[in-house]
Each structure stands twice: as structure tokens, then as C-alpha cells.
Design a protein around this ligand. Structure first.
Ligand code: SF4
Length: 343
């Protein structure tokens, strides 16, 4: 008896991506079917996402709190809270706020953050970003660094980092990544050493820098009803890990081509829930309802379809810095500007 594998239903809705990002690489690495839903169809679960907006607002505000004081310390806090309000507007306060995410909690969080990050207090200083010839459409701060990198794959690797920082003591260069979180304990700290998203950021931005990047500093910002806290976690990284990352991304690139050629995106059931991997209970994959039914289109009303979003200005150059030893520069990246950062 021969087995015949059929194309995935609804493949005609799939739009191939023209670039890789940290998010697309993470999804493809976890599960081909997840890549199909999230990257090829751009399906996003319906419903309010207050955590996303609150985190976005913090990304606008906290870089300001690293800067020198104005004449009065309070001015810096006012500037940061105004930057937060650009995203967390009155309308959002009225509709999305809860006991952990509201204007009062934001101000308390920013005040605490300033205490530990004003010049002299922080483990690092934010630095003026190098010129990459790329310009973000909607920068959250002047410290963000976009990148478009040719790894010799079928498409470029694109994205941006929140900031670069110079270590207070060693003067090394580090990638800075701001993360809001409802917990800042050991589980939070353990999440970053082997973390694909921040590894991709380090790999991408380091192509534009003459000096090595020592690693990634995770700047954890607690989101809670009463407490305020923040935590700087330096994650040093070796060249060995970054070189093997290039090989891993090459493998992902080839896998995506194979899935697309066959119109087959296999489910990886061990990735549906943390229990399958670690024996720990946790959230289900957002696409679990689709995978549980015969034809995902029957439940597509549970999701919104997001448009492709530009993140670079049209005037941006697109220098494609090849990674030494990673193969010859390949295709140009005409469409690499269309990507949104993973938050
Ligand atoms: S529910 Fe499981 S199989 Fe389906 S997309 Fe998510 S991880 Fe993949």
C-alpha cells in the first residue's frame, strides 16, 4: 500500500515571505504549520492585547530615562511619561487598562526605572547607533538600530535592536533588549541564554560594527499590580554560538523552501504546549484550534489577518553586509524593508 501526502488545504492563501526575521525564524524552527499560519497567512488571534500596547509604550519611554538629567530630575520623568502616552492614549486607558497596566502603574514603573538607570547608576550607557544606511519608519527612540543582512540564503535577514550599550566597566559593546514581564524571577532570567530572538538580533546588528558585540543585556521591567522592579541581565555570547546560528538559519531557510515547494507544512505536536517539551504546564500555541480541525479555514474567523507592514523608510539604502565564511552575497533585498519587529 502506498501512502499519498496531500497539499495543505487553503494553500492558495499562502504568501511566501521575502525575508527572514527573528520571529519568522523562531516560528519556522518551532513548527512548520505555525510558520504557515503566522508568517504565510499572517493570522493573529482576535481580542484585546493590553500587554502588547503597554510594552510598546515602555519601549518609547525607558530609553529617555538613560539620558542625562535636565535641570530638574522630574523633567526627565515627565518626558518619559509623555512618550508612554503617545502609545497608551486616553482611549486605551479607558478600554484596555487593568490593575497592572494603567497610567498610575506606568508612572510608578518609570520612576523606579530612572532610579536604577540614570547616568552612573546603570550597568551600561546607551550609545549613538552606527549608521546602517537604514531608517525606521516609526522609531521608538533614537537608539534603535535596523539591519538587513545577507547570509547567502534565499532571502535576507532583517530586523532591528532596541539599542546598543557600552558596558560601564569593561567598555564592551552589548545589544540592549527591553522586555516587560509579569514576572522577573528565575524563570524570566533563564529564558535568555539560549534564546533565538536575541541571538538573531546580535547576529544581525554585529554585521555593521567594526568591533565585536559581547552579548545581549536583557532589561527586564516588571508589570505588576503593586510592586515595581527592573533587572539587567547580561547574557555574554561566544562566536561559536553565532557561527552555529548561521548554520541553523541556513537549515531553516532550506526547510521553508521545501515546505513551500510541496505545499506541505507538517505539524510539530511537541511544540503545541510547554508540557510536550519540558513536562511543564503553560499556554497553548495560538493556532491550536486550527490544528485540531480538518480544514483551518472553518475557524479562520477566530483570527485577524494582518497586512504586511513596512518598517523602513523608502529612502533607506539596503547595504547587504555578507557574513565572513557564510557564503557569497546572494539576491538583492528589494522587499526586505517590509517587516515588523517582534515585540
Ligand atoms: S498547535 Fe502545534 S502543530 Fe499547530 S501550529 Fe501550533 S505548534 Fe504547530
Amino acid at each position: 500500500m502506498t501512502s499519498k501526502t496531500s497539499r495543505i488545504l487553503g494553500f492558495e492563501h499562502y504568501v511566501p515571505k521575502k525575508w527572514h526575521s527573528s520571529t519568522s525564524v523562531c516560528y519556522a524552527s518551532a513548527c512548520a504549520r505555525k510558520y504557515f499560519y503566522a508568517e504565510g497567512l499572517r493570522l493573529v488571534k482576535k481580542g484585546p492585547k493590553p500587554w502588547f500596547k503597554f510594552g510598546e509604550g515602555m519601549h518609547y519611554a525607558v530609553p529617555i530615562l538613560h539620558e542625562e538629567e535636565f535641570e530638574h530630575e522630574v523633567s526627565k520623568l515627565i518626558e518619559a511619561s509623555e512618550a508612554f502616552h503617545k502609545i497608551w492614549t486616553q482611549e486605551i486607558e479607558d478600554t484596555l487598562s487593568d490593575s497592572k497596566r494603567n497610567w498610575h502603574r506606568a508612572l510608578a514603573t518609570l520612576r523606579n526605572y530612572r532610579t536604577y538607570h540614570k547616568p552612573g547608576a546603570s550597568l551600561y550607557t546607551l550609545i549613538k547607533p552606527p549608521s546602517t544606511g537604514l531608517e525606521l519608519l516609526e522609531p521608538k527612540s533614537p537608539y534603535e538600530v535596523p539591519f538587513v543582512v545577507d547570509l547567502g540564503l534565499s532571502k535576507p535577514l532583517v530586523g532591528w535592536v532596541d539599542a546598543l550599550g557600552e558596558h560601564r566597566d569593561t567598555k564592551e559593546l552589548w545589544v540592549i533588549e527591553f522586555k516587560t514581564s509579569s514576572e522577573l524571577g528565575q524563570r524570566f532570567g533563564n529564558s535568555w541564554e539560549m534564546n533565538l530572538q536575541t541571538l538573531v538580533y546580535q547576529l544581525g546588528v554585529s554585521q555593521y560594527l567594526p568591533q565585536p558585540v559581547a552579548g545581549c543585556m536583557i532589561e527586564g521591567i516588571l508589570v505588576a499590580k503593586v510592586s515595581v522592579n527592573c533587572m539587567t541581565i547580561p547574557i555574554p555570547r561566544s562566536d561559536v554560538l553565532l557561527k552555529s546560528l548561521i548554520e541553523d538559519i541556513k537549515d531553516i531557510d532550506e526547510s521553508i523552501k521545501r515546505w513551500e515547494d510541496r505545499a506541505l507544512f507538517p505539524k510539530r505536536l511537541s511544540a503545541c504546549n510547554p508540557y510536550g517539551h519540558f513536562g511543564q504546564h503553560g499556554y497553548n500555541c495560538d493556532y491550536a484550534p486550527l490544528c485540531a480541525c480538518e480544514d483551518w479555514r472553518h475557524l479562520s474567523d477566530l483570527y485577524d489577518q494582518e497586512p504586511q507592514r513596512n518598517f523602513l523608510k523608502e529612502s533607506s539604502d539596503e547595504p547587504m553586509a555578507p557574513v565572513p565564511g557564510a557564503g557569497q552575497p546572494a539576491a538583492t533585498s528589494d522587499n526586505a524593508r517590509d517587516e515588523a519587529k517582534d515585540s
